[in-house]
Design a protein around this ligand. Structure first.
Ligand SMILES: O=C(CO)[C@H](O)[C@H](O)COP(=O)(O)O
Length: 224
């Protein structure tokens, strides 16, 4: 918890007056939204934000962060978001919180994507964390079979007894690959399956990863 919070608070120092900011989703992004809310309230920081989930949008509104409509967004200055895995090339697995599609749309509109994680998320090779793939409900059984043909073990995400439904009305198949040798190739292969909306591989999107440790230290991984 502490390691996530310190990474988040370091990232929020990069938010400057007048910026258009993307707000991520999850327990690490939660701390970033809290810190931005504090700066808005205490310093009068003037920014406009968009959120990557209904949950983050509600939190931001509760904290008094000014929100803008996506209709008014061309380019965002900065997005701060968490991740489930990060490799040394700054490729990511995201979507553990089920928000990967909105997160990718917002990241793709951002000049800078700042990722905040604790040490447990930094890996040599992506794939230990089951890769979330967002699929449309129509013929989802067929889409799951196509995913299995790629060599993974897909599990439809549940919310209690029911299937988990994303903010976009879709399902998530969590795909156990064990190790992903070529993330860029897999990304394209997955998105080539009709029925797949998008997958949690974020390739060449992150600009900076801020890693918080349990001992209170912080380190950054940036593009070489
Ligand atoms: O991609 C995400 C949500 O879809 C999150 O950023 C990711 O799951 C990390 O979550 P947390 O900060 O709670 O560990």
């Amino acid at each position: 918890m502490e390691s996530k919070r310190i990474a988040a608070e370091q990232a929020v120092e990069l938010v400057k007056e007048g910026m258009k900011v993307g707000l991520g989703t999850g327990s690490t992004a939660y701390w970033a939204i809290q810190a931005i809310g504090r700066r808005v309230k205490e310093e009068g920081l003037n920014i406009q934000a968009v959120a990557t989930s209904v949950q983050s949008e509600q939190l931001a509104k509760e904290l008094g962060i000014p929100m803008m409509s996506f209709a008014d967004v061309d380019v965002l200055d900065l997005t701060i978001d968490g991740a489930d895995e990060v490799d040394s090339g700054l490729h990511l697995i995201k979507g553990g919180g089920g928000a990967l599609l909105r997160e990718k749309i917002v990241a793709a509109a951002s000049k800078q994507l700042i990722i905040i994680v604790d040490e447990s998320k930094v890996v040599n090779q992506l794939g230990k964390f089951p890769l979330p793939v967002e699929i449309v409900p129509f013929a989802f059984e067929l889409t799951v079979k196509k995913l299995r043909n790629l060599g993974c073990e897909p599990k439809l995400r549940k919310n209690g007894e029911e299937l988990f439904v994303t903010d976009n009305g879709n399902y998530i198949a969590d795909c156990e690959f064990a190790a992903i040798a070529d993330p860029a190739a897999l990304h394209d292969e997955l998105n080539g399956i009709p029925g797949v909306v998008d997958n949690g591989l974020f390739i060449h999107m992150a600009n900076l990863v801020i890693v918080g440790s349990a001992d209170g230290s912080i380190r950054s991984i940036s593009k070489e």
